[in-house]
Design a protein around this ligand. Structure first.
Ligand SMILES: NC(=O)c1ccc[n+]([C@@H]2O[C@H](COP(=O)([O-])OP(=O)(O)OC[C@H]3O[C@@H](n4cnc5c(N)ncnc54)[C@H](OP(=O)(O)O)[C@@H]3O)[C@@H](O)[C@H]2O)c1
Length: 430
């Protein structure tokens, strides 16, 4: 039987899982791909580290991962190190230039260099695969590229960061603060010691840049994405939202506007509690795609984890072995265009507004008057008295533009009855 010889760079969470699947399911994968996928070389930083896997002595160990790119025995380089630049970039670029196929789970790398790398792959007639880079094990990219090839996509909406979803879900279910749950997420290995990539929405934005490029035929554009994380979400807002019939989730959204431009945004959203994506909880991920022929399509499952992410890496290897991995972006790079993006200030939608105010007469009427002056009406109101002589006034607006909302909120924040900076969370309609 034909062999496909691979080198794995990075034997951490995903690398270890990939190694396990390849060595435990050799025969099944051979039947499915028509080739025996064999690991012939590996690289990681620390050779002595116990990884819970047996690496046979005939497998070459490289101290310098980039050397995998020039190993004549290696046909596919699997990059599982991480980082947009540095070793991961040098390795992937060199491998493609040396006419080796590449599989990677690295969203930071693909969001930043995915277009240029695909050009090199195309020129050298090799594959560049990155299914695991978005939504971990969920085959969302494959689903869009292949399964939805007949459709025009108008909107992509994803729960793209398991750490944030874990934190938000636990905060509400267990009535705990952001800082408290973050510590638990770190202890469980879901969040890094420096969690900012996750909780500030950067990781979700990397994934959104990738999936949006695929769905809309544009070059990935991370810089154009509006990014807002979950650090300001409080238990109060999670509970008030629930009382009004919503869940809060961090979503990555790319949607076409009426003018044919694109919004790309990552921010917390209120989602009606009747909508499935708003009920995706814990470390699970999800991707909802609105299409013209098929209608809405919903993918959900494990967005991260050792075997879960490795599942997507190995699926890419099977595609390469079966010789069916072409055009990672669904179309040739020559056909990919620069996206035309709309600034978040032009966003139109409903908003959740919470004003914490000193409990005195006329506050609600002052707030609604200021909103009305900017043409903002509302469909739901909730008033909650606090124990500290303040009251929370919560409003769900009708559809209104972001700039009008921000203008009004700024005015209200300066009123003498305002006790705390107002909270603004966008409501996402489905
Ligand atoms: N973890 C997930 O659930 C998940 C999900 C989707 C995508 N991803 C992506 O998958 C990639 C890997 O993530 P991970 O969670 O597996 O990371 P990880 O557990 O931190 O593993 C990283 C691996 O890279 C190795 N490494 C670091 N610097 C290196 C260098 N200069 N040369 C050679 N090897 C080096 C490390 O070596 P040592 O072991 O010797 O330190 C380690 O084995 C990242 O791009 C990540 O974004 C991860």
């Amino acid at each position: 039987m034909k062999k496909l010889k691979i080198g794995i760079a990075g034997l951490g969470t995903v690398g270890r899982g990939t190694f396990k699947i390849l060595t435990q399911k050799t025969s099944l994968l051979a039947k499915r791909s028509g080739a025996e996928i064999e690991v012939v070389a590996v690289s990681a930083r620390d050779k002595s580290r116990d990884r819970g896997i047996q690496i046979p002595s005939q497998i070459t160990w490289y101290e310098d991962a980039v050397k995998l790119a020039s190993d004549a025995n290696v046909e596919v380089v699997v990059e599982l190190i991480g980082g947009a630049d540095g070793v991961a970039y040098n390795l992937v670029k060199a491998a493609l230039e040396n006419k080796k196929h590449v599989v990677t789970a690295n969203k930071a790398l693909i969001a930043k260099h995915g277009f240029d790398l695909a050009k090199i792959a195309e020129k050298n007639n090799v594959a560049l695969c990155f299914e695991a880079s978005v939504a971990g094990g969920i085959p969302a990219l494959k689903g869009i590229r292949e399964g939805l090839a007949a459709n025009k996509i108008s909107k992509i909406c994803g729960i793209l960061n398991g750490t944030c979803n874990f934190i938000i879900t636990k905060m509400k279910n267990e009535n705990r603060s952001f800082d408290d749950v973050l510590k638990e997420a770190q202890a469980l290995g879901y969040a890094e010691a420096d969690p900012s990539f996750d909780v500030d929405g950067i990781d979700a934005a990397h994934k959104l840049a990738v999936i949006s490029a695929l769905a809309f035929g544009i070059k990935p554009n991370f810089a154009s994405i509006y990014k807002e994380g979950i650090t300001k979400i409080t238990i109060d807002d999670l509970k008030f939202a629930e009382e009004l019939g919503y869940n809060i989730r961090l979503l990555g959204i790319a949607n076409e506007t009426a003018e044919g431009k694109l919004e790309q945004r990552v921010h917390p959203c209120l989602i009606s509690s009747e909508v499935p994506i708003g009920n995706v909880s814990g470390v699970l991920g999800a991707v909802l795609v609105n299409t013209d022929a098929l209608g809405p399509v919903f993918f959900t499952g494990a967005g991260a984890g050792e075997m879960q992410t490795a599942s997507a890496v190995v699926a890419d290897l099977v595609d390469i072995a079966a010789n069916r991995a072409r055009n990672p972006w669904g179309i040739a790079t020559d056909d990919m265009v620069e996206g035309q993006f709309v600034d978040i200030s032009h966003h139109v939608g409903e908003y959740y507004l919470r004003f914490k105010a000193k409990d005195k007469d006329g506050v609600l009427s002052s707030i609604t008057t200021i909103l009305a002056q900017n043409g903002i009406g509302f469909e739901k109101v909730l008033q909650k008295l606090g124990s500290d002589k303040t009251a929370n006034i919560i409003l769900i607006t009708h559809d209104v533009s972001e700039s009008k909302v921000m203008e009004s909120v700024d005015k209200i924040s300066k009123m003498d009855y305002t006790a705390e900076a107002p909270v603004v969370i966008r409501v996402e309609a489905f």
